[in-house]
Design a protein around this ligand. Structure first.
Ligand code: 13P
Length: 285
């Protein structure tokens, strides 16, 4: 079911102080489990795909699968491409039915990042698709994207305002000190920047690196303006740990449907736990 577009859904979340959960799925089972979680909570959800996942399936095959799942869901399901550094791959996803794409030019000089973002925005907007952009570099590992701690840089307020205005993006991911993967210590998050950005720009703010943040941190980020929160590593752990647990508990069982059902529940619960927090500060609906 499609009700609001990607940009509308994030604007709505921003206006009502909650965040839409954006989960990186990697196969049919994980996509279905996240949709089941959203359906149980009766809330919108974003299914994200990394560039590596898109390359593995091919944009046409993956797009067909995800569009079909989204179409049959009882809630609004939006399909988004996460961290794409390749303008041509972003265009291929736009042509294959994604609702939104993230062009990640954060490793480039500011003007080059803006120029490439604009190319994607131009192509996407002509086709009714929305675009997320990033400024500063977010540390950690997200599939084939690796940014070492000493390569990470924080976004600044002035550059962020300039970047958002010049690029024409619909959602903005500033590097605020969160990271992809498992946190080694407590992250040093620039809450103030999120707060200042919310007041300075109308564009919804995206929080990356959702795995491992505390409930208190999530709520603070949402109160300050985070309207989309990305979660990936937690789902991967649920899937792989769930496989191990099932095999250990049922070494002789030959029942793939039961196995899938077990993994489905593991991933659904993880997605539900996150979305329940993301919707806590909400005042309406
Ligand atoms: P985590 O893997 O830390 O949940 O981060 C997800 C993310 O930000 C995807 O872009």
């Amino acid at each position: 079911m499609k009700t609001r577009s990607f940009a509308e859904e994030l604007q709505y979340a921003r206006a009502h102080t909650y965040a839409v959960g954006a989960f990186n799925i990697f196969n049919y089972l994980s996509a279905r489990a996240v949709i089941r979680a959203a359906s149980t909570l009766n809330c919108p959800v974003i299914l994200q795909t990394s560039s590596a996942t898109v390359r593995k399936f091919g944009p046409a095959e993956l797009g067909t699968m995800l569009r079909q799942l989204a179409w049959n869901a009882p809630v609004n399901v939006l399909v988004h491409l996460d961290h794409c550094q390749d303008v041509e791959l972003a265009k291929a996803c736009i042509d294959s039915g994604w609702d939104a794409v993230m062009y990640d030019g954060s490793r480039l000089p500011l003007e080059d990042n803006i120029e490439n973002c604009k190319k994607v925005v131009d192509y996407a907007h002509h086709r009714g698709v929305h675009v997320e952009g990033e400024l500063g570099r977010i540390a950690g590992v997200e599939d084939d994207l690796k940014v070492k701690d000493d390569e990470a840089t924080g976004a600044t307020l002035e550059e962020s305002i300039y970047f958002v205005r010049e690029s024409g993006i619909d959602a903005f991911a500033p590097a605020i000190g969160t990271a992809h993967g498992v946190y080694k210590g407590t992250p040093k998050i620039n809450f103030e920047l999120v707060d200042q950005l919310r007041q300075a720009i109308d564009t919804p703010i995206v929080i990356h690196g959702g795995t491992g943040l505390s409930e208190e941190t999530f709520l603070r980020l949402i109160q300050k303006g985070g309207a989309k929160i990305n979660v990936s590593t937690a789902l991967k752990h649920g899937y792989i740990d769930g496989c191990r647990e099932y095999m250990e508990a049922n070494p002789k069982k030959l029942d793939p449907i039961d196995f899938d059902q077990y993994l489905n529940c593991r991933i659904k619960d993880i997605a539900m736990d996150h979305m329940t927090i993301f919707r806590k500060p909400m005042q309406v609906r």
